[in-house]
Ligand binder design. Structure first.
Ligand code: SAH
Length: 281
C-alpha cells in the first residue's frame, strides 16, 4: 500500500435518468478515476465516465467488486462505487463497510469515505403514481437470496397488520415468482381486495411502465426485477388516476380551513378516528 490518501465515494445515482441524479453524485463520478458497479448501472452512466477505468461485474460478484473498490482507494486511488437509487438502500454501502471492517480500516486512514445519497426507488416510483407514501410506510425486499424467507414473511405480516403502506423491492425475478404470490395473500388477509396497488417498472428509464391495480388483481400483470410494488394502506385512495395516502388533515380540519369540534391545532389529535386513523367514524 502507498501512503497516498485515496477516496472512496459510495454513490447513489438515482433511478436512471441524469436529471434524477444529484449534482453531488455527478461530481463524485466526475472526480473518480475508477468506477465500480453492476453492468446495468455502469451502462446508465456510461456517457459520464468516458476515459475512466471501469470494473463492472454481474450480480453475484458483489463481494469481489466491493473489495476491488476498497483496495484501489486504499492505495491512493479515487474510486466511485455506484448503486442505483440510494447506495445505502439495498445497495453497496453496507457491504463496503463490512469489507472495511474486515481489513481493520480506521477513520482518518486511507481511503477517505464519502457517502452520496440518491433518490431511492420508493421515492422515484411514488412520484410517478401520485402521493402513495404520504403517511407511515415501510420497505421490504422480497429477495430471499440473502435473507431467510421466514424472516421476510414475519416482516410482511407485521407491516400488513400495522397498516403501513408497503413498498416491495426485488418483488420477483425470472426464477423467483413464488414470493410475490405469498406476499399478496398475507397483505390480503389484513386489507380489502380493492386496496390500491401500483407496479412501477424501470422508473425514469427508457422502458418505464406504470400500472395501477388493486390487491386482488395486481398479480395479473408481469412483475420482475425492475419493478417496485407499492401497496396502499387502508386509507390509501385513488383520485383522477393518482394513488394517494392522506395525512390526517381531515381528522382535524375541514377543507374550508375550520377546526373540527373537540380538536386543537398544534396539539395531539383527540382520538375519535376510525381503525385506519384517517376516517372519522
Ligand atoms: N439501491 C436501490 C435498490 C436496489 S434493490 C434503490 O435505492 O432504489 C433493486 C430493486 O430496486 C429492484 O428489484 C426494484 O424493486 C427497485 N428499483 C430500483 N431501481 C428502480 C427503477 N428505476 N424503477 C423501479 N424499481 C426500481
Amino acid at each position: 500500500m502507498s501512503d497516498r490518501h485515496g477516496t472512496l465515494s459510495v454513490v447513489g445515482i438515482g433511478p436512471g435518468a441524469d436529471q434524477q441524479t444529484t449534482p453531488a453524485a455527478l461530481a463524485a463520478i466526475a472526480e473518480a478515476d475508477l468506477i465500480v458497479g453492476y453492468t446495468t448501472y455502469i451502462r446508465l452512466v456510461r456517457h459520464l465516465i468516458e476515459g475512466k477505468q471501469v470494473v463492472k461485474t454481474g450480480m453475484t460478484e458483489e463481494i469481489g467488486r466491493a473489495r476491488a473498490a476498497v483496495e484501489h482507494a486504499r492505495a491512493g486511488g479515487k474510486v466511485a462505487i455506484i448503486s442505483s437509487g440510494d447506495a445505502g438502500v439495498y445497495g453497496m454501502a453496507g457491504l463496503v463497510f463490512q469489507v472495511l471492517r474486515d481489513l481493520g480500516w480506521k477513520r482518518g486512514e486511507s481511503p477517505e469515505l464519502r457517502l452520496v445519497p440518491g433518490i431511492t426507488a420508493l421515492s422515484s416510483c411514488a412520484s410517478l403514481v401520485g402521493a402513495p407514501l404520504g403517511h407511515d410506510f415501510c420497505a421490504i425486499s422480497l429477495s430471499d437470496l440473502l435473507t431467510p424467507w421466514p424472516v421476510i414473511v414475519r416482516r410482511l405480516e407485521a407491516a400488513a397488520q400495522a397498516d403501513f403502506v408497503v413498498g416491495l423491492y426485488n418483488p420477483a425475478s425470472g426464477r423467483r415468482q413464488r414470493q410475490i404470490v405469498e406476499a399478496q395473500s398475507i397483505l390480503r388477509r389484513h386489507r380489502e381486495g380493492s386496496t390500491p396497488v401500483a407496479l412501477v417498472k424501470s422508473a425514469y428509464r427508457k422502458l418505464e411502465e406504470v400500472i395501477l391495480s388493486d390487491l386482488d388483481s395486481f398479480l395479473d400483470y408481469e412483475i420482475g426485477m425492475l419493478t417496485t410494488v407499492l401497496v396502499g394502506s387502508t386509507s390509501t385512495f385513488m383520485f383522477e388516476g393518482y394513488m394517494v395516502t392522506p395525512r390526517g388533515y381531515s381528522n382535524k380540519y375541514t377543507f374550508e380551513g375550520d377546526v373540527l369540534a373537540g380538536q386543537r391545532p398544534g396539539y395531539s389529535l383527540v382520538d375519535n378516528a376510525g381503525p385506519s386513523g384517517e376516517e372519522i367514524g
